[in-house]
Ligand binder design. Structure first.
Ligand code: SAH
Length: 262
């Protein structure tokens, strides 16, 4: 039997309307859907009647399904002729292990198609008023993980500090103290604007704006929760937050940034 297809589909961030038309079509064709934790439950409304849903995500510190098991399951189902959708939050290839799954499927001879999704690192800041590459403020943006298996594997924060580009940090909330300290130790001005966006585009969206020097204390004081994106760089000063809050924290060094946005 020729294997059926596996779709690697991005569900976008919090807002279920950010699904692409192609994602909706793939969901409508699926026999089985393997779903990650950060996918909004309303997205599953696009499944056809009788499609099977397998929850392989983790939440609140519970163990997720091992990656190797998910890959084996996809291969087995497809080889049995079942059309599989592997549904992930955001974009499947941005910190979503889409690459590993594509390789595993290719190795097993299973056809696979990627359906890109709206990634949280762009959409969460944008929905909070932060364009990550705002002209005149940032010539680019770097997508980086704040969560690495060990310190030897950690990003070179000092090198990133020198780029002058917007830093978009995924999975950074838990280590915001270490990340911001490493950036300042690496030469980044402690007054550089910095923001954190919780549940971007979702029902529980909250944004805080601070400086690199004060971001960690600010997210803790406001009890920001995961999922959250950290944005570090001048563009963070453009966030739509209560003006009083921003006036209270904006150092004089932000004047030109705020003037650019006015
Ligand atoms: N593939 C996903 C990222 C998965 S890694 C994507 O492209 O968006 C998980 C991390 O993504 C979270 O720790 C958080 O940093 C970020 N994230 C996912 N959804 C988010 C949301 N709605 N708001 C803010 N951050 C989000």
């Amino acid at each position: 039997m020729t294997p059926a297809k596996v779709w690697l589909v991005g569900a976008g961030p919090g807002d279920p309307e950010l699904l692409t038309l192609k994602a909706v079509r793939a969901l409508g064709e699926a026999d089985v859907v393997l779903v990650d934790a950060l996918v909004h439950p309303e997205v599953l409304a696009h499944l056809r009647h009788g499609a099977r849903v397998v929850d392989v995500g983790k939440r609140g510190g519970c163990r997720s399904t091992p990656q190797a098991f998910i890959e084996r399951l996809m291969v087995r189902l497809a080889k049995r002729g079942q059309t599989v959708v592997r549904l992930k939050g955001g974009d499947p290839c941005v910190f979503g292990r889409g690459g590993e799954e594509m390789l595993a499927l290719a190795t097993a001879g299973v056809p696979c198609e990627v359906v890109s999704g709206v990634t949280a690192g762009v959409a969460a800041p944008a929905s909070a008023g932060i364009p990550v590459t705002h002209r005149g403020l940032a010539r680019g943006a770097i997508l980086v993980t704040g969560h690495t298996a060990d310190d030897a594997d950690a990003p070179d924060w000092a090198a990133l500090a020198r780029t002058g580009l917007t830093l978009v940090v995924y999975m950074g909330l838990g280590r915001v103290e270490e990340i911001t300290a490493a950036l300042v130790a690496g030469g980044l001005d402690a007054e550089t604007p910095a923001a954190a966006v919780q549940d971007g585009t979702g029902e529980h969206q909250r944004t805080v704006v601070a400086t690199v020097g004060t971001l960690a204390a600010t997210v803790r004081a406001h009890d920001l929760r995961s999922p959250a994106i950290l944005v570090i760089g001048a563009v963070a000063a453009l966030a739509h937050v209560d003006a009083r809050h921003r006036d209270a924290i904006a150092p004089a060094s932000w004047a030109n940034v705020l003037a650019a946005a006015a």
